[in-house]
Design a protein around this ligand. Structure first.
Ligand code: KIV
Ligand code: ZN
Length: 385
């Protein structure tokens, strides 16, 4: 079984979401929770960007034990030195340095050329490695980079000492099959990459960040970069909870292991949502309010007999509390009987039939049937019996 490292970038790429601005204290709280969740790497921030980012990365490095703590830096000397000043307090520090490698980025953003960028990449990794025991290098916009040039840059970064090569689908442009072929070709062109950790960093512009990340795992990626609730630049990053549960639930298919304590997923999602103000949609996979709720009669009946009929994971796996039966207009008599039972009422036969008719009348007019509605029905029916 191959171990897949979970690299969390909620505090860096996630915090780059429009409107999110966490205080230092809030970032430290999130990092502590990520350590409880047992992610392998926390990208705590981008120290050169502000005093606040520098302080939060330094505090997390000094105070949060367990995961590797990474700080982001462009390939420039001042960025790398600043990142090191912040992460050096960690038990396991990592400098994560990056540069754009597509012609679009090289010519139109950096106004430079391929030779110069190749030189910067090599120098940036060399400097990082002279400071930090662990170094990650990311070619930004890798999936829109000419593969021959990308291979040259990656080979240079590996030679200069990069421990992790992170292939970034910066604008969420690739597709799962294309990405798998691209990564396979990159590994063929740079065989030394097999002695390093291949990582993937996927954005969700076309809604394929999780699928692309998993396609990476199929062809040898052993680190996935994710953010809690999928937050991040524009449409966000691959969602931590979806990637982790896909690898856990379909470990049989991927042949991989992850170290995350999934029972902390619900807590972590809630904390990040509360602090960032980014609400989790009710139908969001894994951590949405409805992810373990069954409403239709057929589903409820199946789940009450054996949960595996309509559930591939359990709410206990995620740390979700409460019932997984939602009483609404599609619910059946079994679910009603069960819910009444939880309130202490045992209704059978004609009494249950009458209670069910009244329940349907209420459910037709209200979005949710509450415990108070059930109490009222049960009290009337039991009384009239
Ligand atoms: O999306 C991206 O390319 C990034 C890099 C810094 C890895 O966030
Ligand atoms: Zn990104």
């Amino acid at each position: 079984m191959g171990y897949v490292q979970i690299f969390d970038t909620t505090l860096r790429d996630g915090e780059q979401s429009p409107g999110i601005n966490l205080s230092v204290e809030e970032k430290v709280d999130v990092a502590r929770q990520l350590a409880r969740l047992k992610v392998d790497v926390i990208e705590a921030g981008f120290p050169i960007t502000s005093e606040g980012d520098f302080e939060s990365v330094s505090r997390i490095a000094a105070e949060v034990k367990g995961p590797t703590i990474a700080g982001l830096a462009r390939v420039y000397t001042e960025d790398i030195e600043r990142a090191w000043e912040a992460v050096k307090w960690a038990e396991r520090p990592r400098i994560h340095t990056f540069v754009g490698t597509s012609d679009l980025h090289i010519e139109h953003q950096m106004r430079s050329n391929r030779d110069e960028v190749l030189k910067w990449a090599r120098q940036g990794v060399e400097l990082s490695k002279s400071l930090s025991p662990e170094v990650e290098f990311s070619p930004m916009d890798a999936t829109r980079t000419d593969i021959g040039y990308l291979a040259e840059v990656v080979a240079a970064a590996v030679e200069a000492g990069a421990d992790v090569i992170n292939v970034a689908d910066t604008v969420g442009y690739t597709t799962p099959v294309e990405f798998a072929r691209f990564l396979t070709e990159l590994q063929e062109r740079v065989p030394e990459l097999r002695e390093r950790i291949l990582s993937v960093h996927c954005h969700d512009d076309l809604g394929m960040a999780v699928a692309n990340s998993l396609a990476g795992v199929e062809v040898g990626a052993r680190q996935i970069e994710v953010a809690v609730n999928g937050i991040g630049e524009r449409a966000g990053n691959a969602s931590l909870e979806e990637v982790v549960m896909a690898l856990k639930t379909r470990g049989d298919f991927y042949g991989t292991e992850v170290g995350v304590d999934t029972r902390q997923l619900a807590n972590t999602s809630r904390l990040v949502s509360n602090l960032t103000g980014y609400e989790v949609p009710p139908n969001k996979a894994v951590v949405g309010r409805n992810a373990f709720l069954h409403e239709s009669g057929i589903h409820q009946d199946g789940v009450l007999k054996d949960r595996r009929t309509f559930e591939i994971m359990t709410k206990e796996d995620i740390g979700v509390e409460g019932s997984n039966i939602f009483l609404g207009k599609h619910s059946g008599r079994h679910a009603l009987k069960e819910a009444l039972g939880e309130l202490g009422y045992t209704l059978e036969g004609d009494v249950l039939k009458r209670a069910f008719r009244r329940f349907k009348e209420i459910a037709d007019t209200k979005k949710t049937v509450t415990a108070a509605d059930l109490e009222a029905i049960a009290a009337d029916e039991v009384g009239s019996f």
